[in-house]
Design a protein around this ligand. Sequence first.
Ligand code: S3P
Length: 432
Amino acid sequence: MSSLTITPPKGPLRGVLSLPGDKSITHRALILSALAEGAATVSGYCQGEDCLNTLRALQGLGIAIERQPDVLHISGQGRWGLREPTTHLDLGNSGTGFRLLTGVLASQDFFTVLTGDDSLRRRPMNRIVDPLREMGAKISGRKGGQFAPLALTGNRLKGVDYVAPLSSAQVKSAILLAGLFAEGTTCFTEPQLSRDHTERLFRYFEIPLEVQGKTLVLKAHQSFKAKDLCVPGDLSAAAFFLVAGTIVPGSELMLPNVGMNPARTGIIDILKDMGGDISVENVREVCGEPVADLVVRAASLKGMTIGRDRIPQTIDELPVLCVAAAFATGETRVTGAEELRVKETDRIRTMVTELKKLQVSIQETEDGFIIQGGATLFGGTCTSHGDHRVAMSVAIAALRADSSVQIDDTDCIETSFPGFQGNLLELLTNSC
Ligand code: S3P
């Protein structure tokens, strides 16, 4: 099990960073390219373990995928071209890969077993199993299908009019992907807009998807042709360096080619509301997604209240926002974020536990955090609990500690951001 030791820099952080491809878009690009008719490339893809698990699962389903460092060549086999895998599909740590593929595989005329690592097997699957069963899916699993492994006996599905009780892009995408194979129309409504990469990719592939008020409407039997795709850099990966550049005095970091999907940009809006200095430059559109170059400069932050209405567009960045809040003046409160409890770890619990070890004044609430800013952080030893975003958030907090911080169990960083340690260590070396 590897560990990472961060020695706080003596000077500012400066440089240009290269980010991994967007993880959410890469999962969808892989799956939709496999279901498309014909061959195509996906460039700039995320090489994190989560996406590689989706890639390997598709290979297990008979899809030829050739992997080069920056580009994938995928031979799409059309909607009915997947083949029964000879063994279970292991999605590792990836909730997105697991839930989206369940949506696809529920309708196939073969049998599949999907599983994952210890963390994934603890995460709720009833949120996709219930609506898929309404569509006619035959799914069994632990605790009646609440937890992986799930066994799917493919069945012809029918459309559904599903009003989701929570905003979740994974649930939305599972239902929309199942809807590609269903008889009749599939309608999906969620309380607040979650990231809409699936909808944007449907449009890019010219799959007609109507928006009627807050409801997505997908008509039956949509075949589509393969199309080359380009994946932008991951804003969720950029977030760690947006906070690093803000909290280390005198810093200036440039982050080129970052995805700016408006359902993901909560981190930028909130840091700016707290007093952060982030410029969004050269905004353009790539394959239906907004993309920009970001420049972050060090700034003094003030605490604020982050309510439920801002959670979906910030959900994965809340751990590193706790770090920003620790260095702000005054109090920051996060409410309405109970979804954090069912991520790779219970991120309310794990972030509070780890930041307390560094003497941050942070308190756990049922649905969020209360953080008293202005912290002086002490060095020490922390653990990631096997959660990539906890590991990276603690590493960013360590930049302002009074001495070195060791973070144990950091292999998990590979899940989403293989170049994280290299990027950070290079900035630290240059800052001395
Ligand atoms: C994701 C959706 C979000 C997010 C996850 C990736 C996706 O989860 O937290 O990291 O790619 O669809 P939920 O859909 O459960 O909110």
